[in-house]
Write a protein that binds this ligand. Structure first.
Ligand code: HSE
Length: 415
């Protein structure tokens, strides 16, 4: 198959945009040329001469010679307008903007169909790991049971620094920002929002389910404190921010983002620094594991490059699982075994929200509860303003068949 000639209009020349420019220079066989680069800030010093740049987005969007738009800006609203206009103009689009995709997913899928143009976004999830195309193409069957992964590089970098080098949270975050891993608004990383957007995209390609960002519950690493970090150390566990999408016994999907205690035997245990790792579990193949750098200029640019290459062979996502008849639904009635740290004054009221309690502890200022609780009750606890609590997941708790049949809540089903 002959490669298409791609004439690219690039939006954004920050960390990833520059990385892409350099990577493209090194891959002449790709038949892809950046014609125009649109940037926002005229005062930033640039590594290329000024004739490469424009400040007018229409010079790209209205240029009939440009057949491919690569969008690498961090303003999700501006990115949405660029991507939408480009698709409407019949241009293929590559984007890395997970927030923008998550907020407009359904519409973006419809626009691709209506204008018969592809939108690719491998770089939006786990940077260098080719996870979307694998979920889309390889697992094209009903047998995929779950995906679980570390999908945010910055938070993994921060947790590794705190764990291994005893660096303070603030300094580790600053370091992640300086290395170009964090979002411009780092709360998106530390609050688990970035991981949520990625999970939303991943479950669409894994299970054919499209939900809104507010439907997936996310708790980040910004609440973690000494009590739970010390607990992890004592037990030989690591704390990682994980995104989980799992088919439950009713065949619906549980999906959420939360810090989790990871055991040594778990593949995610050795996924440190800026690396991301995703485990898939399916009926016959059991667990498979993908790992790679999850943030930074070159890892992200490499995924953008791979999408550009795929476009040159006319690749597009077919969203096969979305078009299945028996569509799945998001189900938040999942039971979780967790470690909940709380202010002393809340201990008794929080205990009432647990289905089962395994261990409690308190010192002079705070305490913790280890037990089984529903995701809905966790949401209720953390909806309280100004709460000094944090939560770390041990695992999902499966209901037994008889409990499901009787509709009763779980007792001791975990080891
Ligand atoms: N801020 C993101 C992260 C960038 O840290 O994973 C890559 O999506």
């Amino acid at each position: 198959m002959e490669r298409k000639n791609l004439i690219i209009g690039l939006f954004g020349f920050g960390c990833v945009g520059k990385g892409l420019y350099e990577v493209l220079e090194k891959t002449p066989r790709l038949n892809a040329r950046i014609k125009t680069i649109c940037i926002k800030d005229p005062n930033k010093p640039r590594s290329l001469s000024s004739e490469h740049f424009t400040f007018d987005k229409n010079l790209i969007l209205n240029d009939p010679e440009i057949n491919t738009v690569v969008e690498l800006i961090d303003d999700a609203d501006a990115a949405y307008h660029i991507v939408k206009t480009a698709l409407q103009a019949g241009k293929a689009v590559v984007t890395a903007n997970k927030k923008m995709i998550a907020e407009h997913f359904q519409e973006l899928i419809e626009l691709q169909k209506k204008h018969d143009v592809p939108l690719l976004y491998e770089a939006a999830c786990c940077a260098s790991i080719p996870i979307i195309r694998n979920l889309e193409e390889y697992y094209d069957n009903d047998l995929l049971e779950s995906i679980e992964g570390i999908v945010n590089g910055s938070t993994n970098y921060i947790l590794t620094k705190i764990d291994e080098e005893k660096v303070s949270y603030a300094n580790a975050l600053k370091d992640a920002q300086e290395k170009g891993y964090a979002e411009t608004n780092p709360t998106l990383d530390t609050g688990g929002f970035d991981a949520k957007y990625k999970l939303l995209i991943l479950i669409a390609h894994a299970f054919g389910i499209i939900v809104k960002p507010e439907e997936i519950y996310n708790i980040g690493i910004d609440r973690l404190g000494e009590l739970e970090l010390n607990y992890a150390k004592e037990k030989g566990l690591k704390v990682k921010l994980v995104a989980i999408g799992e088919k439950n016994s009713d065949g619906n999907i549980n999906a959420f983002v939360m810090p989790k205690f990871i055991e040594k035997s778990d593949k995610l245990y050795s996924v440190d620094d800026v690396f991301n790792g995703v485990k898939t579990k399916s009926f016959f193949s059991d667990t498979q594991f993908f790992v790679g750098k999850g943030a930074g200029a070159y890892p992200t640019a490499s995924a953008v490059l791979s999408d550009i290459s795929a476009l040159s062979y006319d690749y597009r996502y077919e969203y096969k699982k979305l078009n299945q008849e028996d569509t799945l639904e998001l189900d938040n009635s999942v039971l979780l075994k967790v470690f909940l740290r709380h202010d002393l004054e809340y201990g008794n009221s929080f205990k009432l929200l647990f289905d089962d309690i395994q261990e409690t502890y308190s010192n002079r200022d705070s305490g913790y509860i280890i037990g089984v609780i529903t995701l809905e009750n966790i949401r209720e606890i953390f909806a309280k303003q100004g709460l000094e609590s944090s939560i770390v997941l041990f695992d999902l708790v499966k209901k037994t068949n008889s409990q499901i049949a009787k509709g009763i809540r779980v007792q001791h089903t975990y080891a």
